[in-house]
Design a protein around this ligand. Structure first.
Ligand code: HEM
Length: 467
C-alpha cells in the first residue's frame, strides 16, 4: 500500500528518556531534583518480565509479563484494586465514579450505566463530534499562519467540546472551556502519583494529605459539571426532552429502583469527561507532533486522506476506509500511551513466578514500558506504523494495551479512535502542523503523558480555504 520508508525516517528516535542503568538512576534520585517518573525507569524495566524496586516504605513491582498482567487485570482483579495513591489523587475530582470504584460498587454502577452506554453508539455520536470539530477548525483557520498556539491546549479544547456535546448535548462555552483547561492543567501539575519519591514514600495505612491546589482545581471542574446538572433540572421542569448520556444517567435505576444522587451523577460525569477528553487530547498531540517530524509518513497520510475524501465532507463510512490513519494513530499510542502507568494495590500476599509479593505492595502495569519492551517489539523506540499494517508483523497478544486490560479496560476505546481519525483527517486535509522548537519537546507523565512545554506550533494552510 505504501512505498518503503526512506532510511532517515526509520532512524529517527522520537523524544524519550535515554536508557540508563539502575546505578545512574539511583544516583540521580539521591543527588538531583526528583525527575519525572518516565526519566527514573532504569533499563531493566524495558527488558525484564517483572522488576522489583527494593527501596522505600513499601515493595513496588513493575510487571511487564503478559500472562501475569492478564491475571492481575482479569481473574484476580478483586485482589488488585486501583492503588491507594491513584484513588487519593483522583478522588477529589472523580469521587467514587466508575473509574475508581471497586468490587460490588463498581458492578452495581456499571450495570446502571448500561442504558447510558447505549447513547454512545458511534453512528449516533458522529454528527455531534463532527460539529464540534468543524467549529474548532474554523477557529484554527482564523489562527493559521503566523499565530503560535499550544497544540496541547488546542486539542484539549476540541476534545473537551466533543465530550461536552456527547454528555450534555451542548457546546462547551468559551469561559467554561478555559476554566476547565486551566483547572485541569494545574490539577495535573500537582498530582503526586507520578513522582517516584512519592510512590516510594507512600504508606497505604497513612495517606498523605492532598495539596490544597488539587482540591481547589477539582472543585472548579466539579462545580462546572454541577451547574450543567442544575441547568438540566430546570430545563426538564420546563418540559424539555433530551436523549443524551446525562439524561440516561438521570433516568437510570438500579434493581431496587434507586436513582443516582446528584453527587453520584457528578462523579460519573466527571469520570467520562476526564477519561474521555484528556486521554484523546494527549494521544492526538503526540500523533501530530510525530507527523510534523516525519515528512514521509505525513505525506503518505495526507495522500490517503486526499484520495478517500477528495473534497467531500467526511461521512461515517469513511472511518473504516482509512487503514494508514488508523495504523499511524495506533503506532503513535504505542510510543506515547496517554495513560503511561496503571497502578494497583495487592490486597493479599501472592507470587509472580518465584517472586513473593507481600500484601499492600504497589503494583505498576505500564503501557509505556510494555509498548517499548525489547522482547515484544523490534526497534522498540522507533516510529513504524507498518507494525500495524502488515499482518505478519502483528503485535504479540498482551503487548499492546493503551486502553488497559480485562473487564476494567476502557469503555470509550472505539469512541476515541473515531474521534482521533476525524480530527487527524479534518486537520491534515487543510493544514500542516509546524512545531516551534521540536528539540524542546519531551514527554512527562502527568495524569496523561504530556510534553513539558505545551507544544507550541503554527498551523499552516495547505490550500486556500476548504469548507
Ligand atoms: C485515546 C483515548 C483513551 C485512552 C488511551 C484511554 C485509556 C484508558 C485506560 C488505560 C483505562 C483503564 C484504567 C485502569 O485500568 O486503571 C480506561 C478506563 C476508562 N475509560 Fe478510557 N481511554 C481513552 C478514551 C476514553 C473515552 C473517549 C471515554 C468515554 C467516552 C473513556 C472512558 C473510560 C471509562 C469510563 C473508563 C473506566 C472503565 C471502568 O473501570 O469500568 N475513555 N481508559
Amino acid at each position: 500500500m505504501t512505498s518503503p520508508a526512506p532510511a532517515d525516517t526509520a532512524l529517527w528516535r522520537p523524544p524519550a528518556p535515554p536508557l540508563r542503568s539502575n546505578l545512574r538512576i539511583g544516583l540521580q534520585l539521591l543527588l538531583g531534583r526528583p525527575p519525572d517518573l518516565l526519566f527514573t525507569l532504569p533499563k531493566d524495566c524495558y527488558t525484564k518480565d517483572v522488576v522489583s524496586v527494593p527501596v522505600g516504605k513499601r515493595p513496588v513491582f513493575i510487571v511487564n509479563h503478559p500472562e501475569t498482567l492478564r491475571r492481575l487485570f482479569s481473574e484476580d482483579r478483586e485482589s488488585y484494586p486501583k492503588s491507594d495513591l491513584m484513588i487519593s489523587t483522583l478522588a477529589p475530582l472523580l469521587g467514587d465514579g466508575v473509574l475508581l470504584s471497586a468490587g460490588r460498587r463498581w458492578e452495581h454502577d456499571r450495570k446502571m450505566l448500561e442504558p447510558a452506554f447505549m447513547q454512545m453508539r458511534l453512528e449516533a455520536l458522529f454528527p455531534k463530534m463532527l460539529s464540534a470539530i468543524h467549529d474548532w477548525i474554523e477557529r484554527l483557520d482564523s489562527l493559521a499562519g503566523d499565530h503560535i498556539v499550544s497544540l496541547e491546549s488546542e486539542l484539549s479544547r476540541v476534545t473537551a467540546d466533543v465530550m461536552f456535546r456527547i454528555l450534555f448535548s451542548q457546546a462547551i462555552e468559551g469561559e467554561a472551556a478555559t476554566t476547565i483547561y486551566h483547572a485541569f492543567t494545574r490539577f495535573q501539575q500537582h498530582s503526586p502519583q507520578f513522582n517516584l519519591r512519592v510512590v516510594l514514600a507512600s504508606d497505604p495505612a497513612r495517606p498523605e494529605p492532598l495539596s490544597p491546589v488539587l482540591q481547589e482545581e477539582a472543585s472548579k471542574i466539579r462545580g462546572t459539571i454541577e451547574q450543567l446538572l442544575i441547568q438540566r433540572e430546570t430545563q426538564l421542569g420546563e418540559g424539555k426532552v433530551f436523549f443524551d448520556f446525562t439524561q440516561a444517567l438521570i433516568d437510570a435505576r438500579d434493581a431496587a429502583g434507586n436513582a443516582f444522587t446528584r453527587s453520584e451523577l457528578i462523579d460519573q460525569l466527571a469520570v467520562f469527561f476526564l477519561a474521555g477528553h484528556e486521554t484523546t487530547a494527549s494521544a492526538l498531540a503526540w500523533c501530530f507532533f510525530i507527523l510534523s517530524q516525519q515528512p514521509y509518513w505525513l505525506s503518505q497520510l495526507q495522500s490517503e486522506i486526499d484520495q478517500q475524501l477528495a473534497d467531500k465532507p467526511f461521512t461515517y463510512s469513511d472511518f473504516k476506509q482509512m487503514p494508514l490513519t488508523r495504523a499511524i494513530f495506533r503506532e503513535s499510542m504505542r510510543l506515547y500511551p496517554p495513560v503511561a502507568f496503571l497502578t494497583r494495590r495487592a490486597l493479599r500476599e501472592d507470587n509472580f513466578g518465584r517472586l513473593r509479593i507481600p500484601k499492600d505492595s504497589f503494583i505498576v502495569a505500564s503501557p509505556w514500558l510494555v509498548h517499548r519492551h525489547h522482547r515484544f517489539w523490534s526497534q522498540a523506540d522507533r516510529f513504524d506504523p507498518s507494525r500495524f499494517i502488515d499482518q505478519d508483523n502483528a503485535p504479540l497478544a498482551g503487548s499492546y494495551m493503551p486502553f488497559g486490560l480485562g473487564p476494567r479496560a476502557c469503555t470509550g476505546a472505539m469512541i476515541a479512535q473515531l474521534e482521533a481519525t476525524l480530527i487527524l483527517c479534518e486537520v491534515l486535509r487543510r493544514f500542516s502542523v509546524k512545531p516551534m522548537n521540536p528539540e524542546r519537546v519531551f514527554p512527562v507523565s502527568r495524569v496523561s503523558v504530556r510534553s513539558d512545554c505545551g507544544m507550541p506550533v503554527q498551523f499552516i494552510r495547505r490550500y486556500t480555504r476548504l469548507n
